[in-house]
Design a protein around this ligand. Sequence first.
Ligand code: RIB
Ligand code: CA
Length: 331
Amino acid sequence: MRAEAQATPKAILIDTDPGTDDAMAILLALNSPELDVKAFTVVPGNVTAEQALENTLRLVSLAGRCDIPVAAGARRPLAQKLITAEFVHGKNGLGDIELPASRCETDARFAPDLIIEMIHEMPGRLTLVPIGPLTNIALALHKDPTIVPLVKEVVVMGGSISEGNVTAVAEANIYNDPEAAHVVFHAGWKVTMVGLDVTHKTNFGGPHLARLSATRGPLNDYATDTMRFLVDLSAQFGADGTPMHDPLAIGVAIDPSFVRTKHMRVDVETKGEFTRGQTVGNRHNVVEHNEEVGDRLMMTGIDRVEPNVHVAVAVDAERFLSLFIDRLAGK
Ligand code: RIB
Ligand code: CA
């Protein structure tokens, strides 16, 4: 019987702002044979650009993967002040867990340049997986718009068409750079949005922690400590479990069947006093058509709008959480 041929691993580039959940996403990606991580690019978000770079280098070193380039990028959002989240991720951004000093070196290239270079090196094969604000991706687009048709897919952790987590309606990664998100969502490439609509249904709780802590290993133990930090933090706010935001985006890169998506028009609000950073999903891709009649407008029909984003609207949460635990168990 011929063994099931191992499909060619999917080439991905992860843009990240570690960040506790970023850290779990990075370890999942590096321990999943379905993925071939070609590079990490670093963006400020959860923490400053400097801290995010240090954290990324330490994580890649912990995983023994100094062969993968790590490049620093933007130092702030395109058009606003950076908003960091040490309140949630701890002073060092990694739940105040001290990782050993990194043995890896920083790649000399500026992150947007590395993104552009890698896309041209593997036309049609590279999937971008941004799990922080979209600043670096937008800068790459501004510098070289020809990359759009050469990218296989952009799997974004960010956004929400149902609720916010930093304001009533905005999700943190989009809120931290709405202008960048607007550019990325309207570039014309395939965008899959792994937003709060599904990550808030993918909660890692006490039973998952018990399973993860039942096995040992350097990565396993670090993941157990980090997930315990996140589960305890969530419990302080009365939540039963912590949402697996960034790991689920990696999960979707591994196996798109973890989520069900709906292709719809999504616009990013950049002006609203209460809504800046909201990803506004037009679920049915239609708007009313109005015409001038005297001193008023009259609705005379409907217009279709072009869908631009595949929004994840449902998730097989337990199957994903089991994959996450299984991939790190004993590592
Ligand atoms: O809203 C969740 C997102 O914001 C995650 O990427 C988390 O790491 C933070 O960056
Ligand atoms: Ca993140």
